[in-house]
Design a protein around this ligand. Structure first.
Ligand SMILES: [Cu+2]
Length: 470
C-alpha cells in the first residue's frame, strides 16, 4: 500500500535549449575547530524559462544565487552560519532533517523570533548524521520558499569517505509557476484555491535553478546523485530503474542494504524529501517526471574520464536511536479538511469555522479538528520517550508530513507493513484515506514542529508542534 495514484496535472510550457549546469558551492572558511559560512537573504533577478523572449523574474535568494550555495559540512563538526536578512520582510532559516539543538531549528514563532529586515542571526550547530539535507526559509515558507529561498546541505561522513566532485552531484529540483511571459507568477501566491486543494503547483521544473540542464558524468564510473525536491507542493514521480539507478539513502539516511534496487515504480519524491542514487552510466540518460506525460527535465551525458575514477564506498547508516518496542507514548493524529474533505468540526483559535470562517481565516485543514499551530502542544513527553504516531489521512489529498528535529522509523502503512526495514525518514507521504504508523525516540529537548511540507497546507491548518522536556 505504498504508491497511491494522484490526479494533478503537470502542464509544462514549451521546451527550450539545454543549458549547462554548474552547482555553485562554497566551502567553509576554517575557523578553529569549526567551519563558518555567511548567508545573505536578498532579492535577485533570474531567468527561469529558456525561451529567448522569456522575462527575468525577481526572486529571493541566499547570496544572490538561484539555487543558493551548497553548504558542505563535516559530521560532528561545529558549524557557524552568520545570517543577514536583506529582504524587505522578516525571515528565518530551517536546516531540514538535521537533528540539532532546538534553538537553532529556525522556525520563526516557535524556536526563534523572525530576523527583521536588516537584522542578523547566528546559527551554530553540530550535524550528527552524514547525508543529503537542505536548508530553506521557515517564515511564511509558502511564499519565501516559492520565491527561491533554499539551498543544499551535504554532511560529509566523519570517516572522510567522499567521492570527488565529478562523481557526486546534488540536484535540487523545483517546480515554479510561471506566467505567460515566463516570469515567476507572484500574483497567484496565496490563492485560496491552491491552499484548499493540492497546494501551489507550478508549470516549469528547474534543477539547481537551471532549465533543462545537461550534466556531464564520467563514463562507467560509480556516481552519486543526490536528489532534493524543493517544490512547494509537487510530488515528483521518478523511476531510477530507467537508467539503472540504485537507492543509497532516503532523507539523508543511508540504507543498511544499499545500494538497493527499488522493487516498485515510480518512486514518489514528496516536497522536502531526498533520495540518493548510485548510477554507473554506460551512456547518456534523462531524469523524467512521470506523473503525466513523461517529461525529461534533466539530461546526463557521459564522458570518458581523463583520470582514474575513485572507487565507491557504500555510505554507512548513521547511528539513530531505535524506538522501544514497549513503553511507548502513542498518539493518534487525524488529518481532515480540504476540498472534498470533512470540513465540519474544524476549530481555529477557539472558533468553530463555518463557510465564512474558512474564507476569512484561510484555514482549511486540521489535525484532530484544530487548524494551525495552537497555543498548546499536540503532546508533551520526557526526553528519551519512544513516541508512536498513528496518522490517518481522512482527506482527498496526499500529504508530506515532516517531523522536526528527529528522524523516525516508518513501521506500517494501512496494516500492510512497509517495503523495507528499517526505513528512516524525516518526511513521509501519506495518501488519501491512508494511515501510517511512525515511531521515534524523542531524544532532543525543545518545541518541535510537525507539519505538512506542502507549504500551502501548513499555512492553512496542517501545522502543529510537540514538546520534549528535559
Ligand atoms: Cu498536505
Amino acid at each position: 500500500m505504498l504508491q497511491p495514484s494522484r490526479r494533478d496535472a503537470l502542464k509544462l510550457l514549451g521546451g527550450g535549449a539545454a543549458a549547462l549546469v554548474m552547482m555553485p558551492s562554497i566551502s567553509g572558511a576554517k575557523e578553529g575547530a569549526g567551519t563558518s559560512f555567511k548567508l545573505v537573504a536578498q532579492p535577485v533577478q533570474h531567468k527561469l524559462h529558456p525561451a529567448p523572449d522569456a522575462q527575468e523574474s525577481t526572486l529571493w535568494s541566499y547570496n544572490g544565487q538561484v539555487t543558493a550555495p551548497t553548504l558542505r559540512i563535516k559530521q560532528g563538526e561545529r558549524v557557524t552560519i552568520e545570517f543577514t536578512n536583506a529582504l524587505p520582510e522578516p525571515t528565518s532559516i530551517h536546516w531540514h532533517g538535521l537533528r540539532i539543538a532546538n534553538e537553532m531549528d529556525g522556525v520563526s514563532g516557535l524556536t526563534q523570533d523572525p530576523v527583521p529586515p536588516g537584522g542578523r542571526f547566528t546559527y551554530e550547530f553540530v550535524a550528527p548524521d552524514a547525508g543529503t539535507y537542505w536548508y530553506h526559509a521557515h517564515h511564511k515558507s509558502w511564499e519565501q520558499v516559492a520565491r527561491g529561498l533554499y539551498g543544499g546541505l551535504i554532511v560529509e561522513p566523519a570517516d572522510g569517505s567522499i567521492l570527488p566532485e565529478a562523481q557526486d552531484h546534488l540536484l535540487i529540483i523545483d517546480d515554479w509557476r510561471l506566467d505567460g511571459e515566463g516570469k515567476f507568477d507572484a500574483a497567484s501566491l496565496g490563492a485560496p484555491m491552491d491552499w484548499s486543494h493540492g497546494g501551489r503547483m507550478g508549470n516549469w521544473l528547474t534543477v539547481n535553478g537551471q532549465s533543462l540542464p545537461t550534466i556531464s558524468l564520467p563514463k562507467n564510473a560509480p556516481t552519486r546523485l543526490r536528489l532534493v525536491n524543493a517544490s512547494n507542493s509537487r510530488i515528483l514521480d521518478i523511476d531510477p530503474a530507467r537508467f539503472g539507478g540504485k537507492i543509497l539513502a532516503f532523507d539523508g539516511q543511508a540504507l543498511p542494504d544499499a545500494p538497493m534496487e527499488l522493487g516498485y515504480t515510480p518512486l514518489l519524491l514528496g516536497p522536502a524529501q531526498r533520495v540518493d542514487l548510485l548510477v554507473e552510466p554506460e551512456e547518456g540518460f534523462v531524469l523524467e517526471e512521470l506523473s503525466q506525460q513523461p517529461f525529461a527535465f534533466c539530461s546526463f551525458e557521459v564522458r570518458t574520464p581523463a583520470q582514474e575514477v575513485a572507487a565507491f564506498t557504500v555510505p554507512k547508516p548513521n547511528k539513530l536511536p531505535l524506538p522501544a518496542k514497549d513503553d511507548r507514548f502513542k498518539f493518534d493524529l487525524r488529518m481532515t479538511g480540504g476540498a472534498m474533505g470533512q470540513l465540519d468540526n474544524i476549530y481555529y483559535q477557539g472558533e468553530k469555522l463555518d463557510r465564512g470562517g474558512f474564507q476569512r481565516t484561510k484555514q482549511f485543514w486540521a489535525f484532530n479538528n484544530v487548524a494551525n499551530l495552537a497555543e498548546e502542544p499536540l503532546f508533551s513527553v520526557k526526553r528519551g520517550q519512544t513516541v508512536e504516531l498513528n496518522v490517518s489521512n481522512i482527506t482527498a489529498f496526499m500529504h508530506a508530513m515532516h517531523v522536526h528535529g528527529h528522524h523516525f522509523l516508518i513501521e506500517d502503512r494501512d496494516g500492510g507493513g512497509v517495503e523495507q526495514s528499517p526505513l528512516w525518514r524525516d518526511t513521509f507521504l501519506v495518501g488519501a484515506e491512508q494511515s501510517t504508523r511512525i515511531a521515534f525516540v524523542a531524544d532532543n529537548p525543545g518545541k518541535w514542529l510537525f507539519h505538512c511540507h506542502m507549504l500551502e497546507h501548513a499555512a492553512s491548518g496542517m501545522n502543529a508542534w510537540f514538546e520534549v522536556t528535559d
